[in-house]
Design a protein around this ligand. Structure first.
Ligand SMILES: C[S@@+](CC[C@H](N)C(=O)[O-])C[C@H]1O[C@@H](n2cnc3c(N)ncnc32)[C@H](O)[C@@H]1O
Length: 268
């Protein structure tokens, strides 16, 4: 354990991270599939898989549709969770005890690190150091996905952080809902990543973003788009006309994703 690692609860659910898998397969095909040079042995690392390795195994299966030889490493701070996952290991799938200092073996590289529902027990001011530590393990072009979901995975918000030559770029914030809980922008507030969770208050950029999105949503409803998927789609289209970096790719809107890539990166 490093001084940053901390023991936390291990609750997880089948398919909780499925929407994120679908997003990554759509938007990050090259990242998942590339196999030149050091990428040939570049793993997907699922950090903090929880008391069951369900989400790791589900993602391994999904990503291997694109890359059948993809190495997958599930990492947990809790040794018993690693022990109970081990029967699911195979030639390409491993479960290891470890923390933010990833337990990599000689010659292993990393293309994608997922750290979902992990940082709730950490302090917001610890988050930049944790991101930086994890980013050091990535190949250039690799991605760190860190964020939160509700228990079934119906609502998700995550940071997408890209390893670039200068370090780790705060590339985007990703929001997703499957509409099972209806839709209003406020739905996402309680599931923001740890560093933004308590910062939706006047004067904070994340508050301004939610105020803009809420205004766009109200306009969409007033224009007759009341059903959650339509209210979502039209709120994002309206938001994109007033906030730079909001992606309006139809597939994303159809699937309930808002991908926001502010020019210059996501604020701290
Ligand atoms: C709530 S579970 C999340 C499980 C799964 N990722 C999900 O989203 O459903 C969080 C897990 O992260 C583990 N964890 C917390 N801090 C960690 C760290 N620094 N390194 C590795 N695992 C950690 C905990 O032991 C716990 O099992």
């Amino acid at each position: 354990m490093t001084s940053l690692d901390r023991k936390t609860r291990g609750r997880t659910t089948h398919q909780r991270l499925r929407a994120l898998d679908v997003f990554l397969i759509h938007r990050e095909r090259e990242l998942l599939a590339r196999d030149e040079g050091a990428w040939a042995r570049a793993a997907f690392v699922d950090l903090g898989f929880g008391e069951h390795p369900w989400t790791t195994l589900e993602s391994a299966r999904a990503f291997r549709e694109l890359n059948p030889g993809l190495p997958v490493v599930g990492v947990e701070l809790e040794p018993q969770r690693v022990e109970s996952a081990r029967p699911h290991a195979d030639a390409l799938t491993d479960f290891r005890e470890g923390g933010f200092e990833l337990p990599l073996r000689s010659g292993e590289t990393v293309r994608l690190i997922r750290a979902m529902n992990l940082l709730r027990g950490y302090r917001p001011e610890e988050v930049p150091g944790i991101h930086q530590k994890l980013g050091e393990a990535l190949l250039e072009g690799g991605l760190l996905v860190e964020g939160s979901t509700d228990t079934p995975g119906a609502v998700l918000v995550a940071h997408l952080l890209r390893r670039v030559p200068e370090g780790l770029s705060r590339e985007a914030l990703l929001f997703h809902t499957d509409f099972s809980r209806g839709f209003a922008p406020v739905l996402f507030r309680d599931w923001l990543p740890r560093d933004f969770r308590r910062r939706v208050k006047p004067g904070e950029p994340i508050h301004t973003f939610f105020a803009d999105w809420t205004a766009a949503w109200q306009e969409a409803r007033e224009a007759g788009h009341e059903e959650p998927p339509e209210a979502f789609r039209h709120s994002v289209l309206r938001l994109a006309s007033r906030v730079e970096g909001v992606t309006t790719e139809p597939w994303l809107l159809d699937e309930g994703f808002l991908l926001w890539r502010p020019p210059g990166g996501v604020f701290r």
